[in-house]
Design a protein around this ligand. Structure first.
Ligand SMILES: CC(C)(COP(=O)(O)OP(=O)(O)OC[C@H]1O[C@@H](n2cnc3c(N)ncnc32)[C@H](O)[C@@H]1OP(=O)(O)O)[C@@H](O)C(=O)NCCC(=O)NCCS
Length: 321
């Protein structure tokens, strides 16, 4: 088996692997991977996707890719097909080989000072040893789900007098990025995704979700903000995306620390469920870092259950010996 630069390959050669991966996304997370696969295939055809392919007997058995954000590299995915003659052990070995190759390349690239990766599809532990070997820290993350019951009426909300709920508008991007940076100050998620640490970084995070459908198709009708009536400042928000015909996904929920424990997040969760239901979704999912105990408490209290766990890995040049 050869490990070759992904930019040598066009979409046609990768297609069977992506089809196989799409089946697993569907089965494991109820996620329709076809739109993401389509985007990847465009990048492949333009020979623009940095990464590697595992190539044997004239076919691609697996691939890995990353994207660059200034001096940070984000490993977006690693996947090997389990089509015959491969069994699960060989599939895992191919993925590990790809991962080692890419980590080695990135670590030996002096302009890269940080690597992040969240391999949502792969159960926690699958590639933890390979990441650790390279000097990465691992943070466990959880995937939760809830069936949407037929709530035909918009739930009655009991917001404080001075606050008002309204649907998301495009012009909320800048104030929302300020809210996210404030809500995540000193938060465990800032260790995993450094975009949360500044308003500028949060803006990149939001653009990816809202403008570029980086996590399913953004659902503006489902997404809501809570504002202060007086100054129109955002104090809380919830964003949703459609990840398949049956599934809605909450990509972001946060509340300004001055307004916590007043039931705002609970209200936003019920609003988002209602609008997903109105759009015909039958279930709703979200992810949360295991260390984020407050949020887990909230989701469990609201009826979400754990269905999957995965790892986030982070490498920082400044922390290597
Ligand atoms: C998690 C977060 C959204 C909760 O917002 P909130 O508006 O304060 O939550 P609510 O007031 O609606 O709380 C509803 C329930 O959640 C649980 N909960 C919320 N905050 C909690 C805390 N600090 N400790 C323990 N339980 C908590 C409780 O069960 C609470 O019910 P109760 O107040 O009747 O006991 C908020 O703390 C936040 O913005 N955190 C930073 C961003 C974040 O972590 N987002 C989630 C990422 S997955």
């Amino acid at each position: 088996m050869e490990i070759l630069d992904l930019r040598h390959f066009g979409a046609t050669l990768l297609r069977p692997v992506l089809d196989c991966e799409a089946e697993l996304w569907k089965k494991r997370l109820h996620w329709d991977y076809r739109a993401s696969a389509q985007l990847l295939m465009q990048y492949l055809d333009n020979h623009m996707l940095p990464g590697y392919a595992a190539f044997e007997a004239e076919r691609v058995a697996g691939y890995i890719f990353c994207v660059y954000e200034e001096s940070k590299a984000v490993i977006g995915d690693v996947f090997a097909t389990d089509a015959k003659p491969h069994g699960p052990a060989l599939t895992q070995a191919i993925e590990e080989k790809l991962l080692r190759h890419l980590l080695e390349l990135l670590i030996n690239s002096p302009h890269i000072d940080r690597i992040e990766s969240q391999l949502l599809l792969h159960p926690s532990g699958t590639h933890a040893a390979t990441f650790r070997e390279a000097g990465c820290r691992i943070y466990r993350r959880l995937f939760l789900m809830q069936p949407i019951s037929a709530i035909w009426k918009l739930p009655e909300l009991h917001l404080p007098e001075e606050l008002e709920l309204r649907p998301w508008h495009d012009h909320d991007l800048a104030p929302a990025s300020r809210l996210i940076a404030e809500a995540y100050r000193g938060h465990p998620d800032g260790l995993i995704n450094d975009q949360y640490r500044s308003a500028q970084g949060s803006m990149r995070f939001l653009n990816n979700i809202v403008r570029y459908s980086g996590c399913g198709a953004f659902a503006p009708a489902v997404s809501h903000v809570i504002v202060e009536r007086g100054n129109r400042e955002l104090v809380a928000l919830v964003l949703g995306s459609r990840v398949s015909h049956e599934s809605g996904h909450i990509t972001q929920i946060c509340v300004h620390r001055n307004y916590r424990r007043k039931g705002l997040a609970r209200a936003l969760l019920s609003v988002v469920s209602y609008w997903f239901m109105r759009q015909g979704a039958s279930e709703i999912s979200l992810t949360v870092t295991e260390a984020n105990k407050e949020a887990i408490e909230l989701y469990v209290a609201e009826g979400y259950t754990f269905t999957h766990s995965f790892d986030a890995a982070v490498w920082e040049r400044s922390q290597q010996g």
